[in-house]
Ligand binder design. Sequence first.
Ligand SMILES: Cc1ncc(COP(=O)(O)O)c(C=O)c1O
Ligand SMILES: [Zn+2]
Length: 427
Amino acid sequence: MFVTGFRCVACGATRPAAFEGFVCPACHGNLDVTYDYDAVRASMDMDAPFQSPRNDIFKYAPLLPVENIDSAPRLRVGATPLYRAERLGRSEGLRALYLKDDGLNPSASYKDRASAVALARARDIGAPIVAGASTGNAGSSMACLSASAGMPCVIFVPEKAPAAKIAQLLIFGAHVMAVRGTYDDAFDLCLEFCTKHGWFNRNTGYNPYTREGKKTCSFEICEAFRWQAPDWIVVPVGDGNIISGIWKGLKDLHALGLIERLPRLACAQSSDSDAISKAVWTLQRQTRERPGPIDWATVAIPTVQATTCADSISVDVPRDGIAAVRAVIESGGSAITVPDLDILAAIRELALLEGVFAEPAAATTWACLKKMVREQKVDPDQRIVCLITGNGLKDIANARKVAGEPMVIEPTLEAAEAGLRPLLETG
Ligand SMILES: Cc1ncc(COP(=O)(O)O)c(C=O)c1O
Ligand SMILES: [Zn+2]
């Protein structure tokens, strides 16, 4: 392990690697894991970095806080496809658009990256049980990977989480607490419970190891481009832990000298759950009026009443807000919000033009990128990656709103011919 300790993302205070807490003792801010980059560099061939027998996120072990590689789950997490999306790109005049399909992870969401590292850490320290709160994906992911490792798992979810996500939790054998309340209620309850009983808490934007797992996607993207960063990465944002993880990974690669320049990050949100975007816009306005360094310890993230249909990014109180806002501001990026109707339309377009089925949160990236094109925030020749963070099968109720209806017919050739007449005539 090349971990040197932790640094608070808000006040900058540091703690040694042996620190066992999850948040900054000085200000309760979230912690970032720090590494000895010289030692990482010395440990591998920098012309062919991260050679490993593993074909998953643990091939990047020198940049992960995992002591024993045998603590990592066996299921393949990461190594997801990066598709060149020519037809979708062309529909908006973009010539180098890519989709990173993380819906193809073991539990069908990006969250497996975080759960895998959290599980490895829990096993490293001999935790007897893992717990977590979730809008659905983080929990189903933790349940899936825990099942693969025989680790007992307790998940607090809002009672109204999509049925597929609840089904996943149950089928993987998690102890499911369906909370009569919001994700934020589930989060607070899980935290209170774990603090009282000393359980290992995987909560997003609280446990510092989730960001470490989430950063691995930026390693895969840059490696696929032969250690060059794209111009933009568009990230769906709820708590802000994915976008802060993507930024952390990019900064790791930059510190190692593996990539020369850093991309810009676009924070993609629904206008019905826009806490982080609001914070970004406020800071951008303030720095335009009064240029100078930002004192992150004084930055406040507003609370909103989230109502978006994109359940995975429906968040009132973003739990990794400061780190997420830093990612957007420090990368020279942008925060974009779109109405839910645009998100639903984007699900349809991704599926029709690229064969990629995204859940609403994931399709938000494409909906927001279209808005960026309209506002001329991106150049048509720039290399742009949209993260597709969750599979569409997780929320078919929303997909059905834009999918249309099948033609119901009698089981006869005539009925099929009548139904398919337009196709027969053109074909
Ligand atoms: C599919 C999907 N996309 C995006 C997000 C947003 O990630 P974060 O809450 O870290 O911003 C989540 C989180 O649950 C998710 O499940
Ligand atoms: Zn602090």
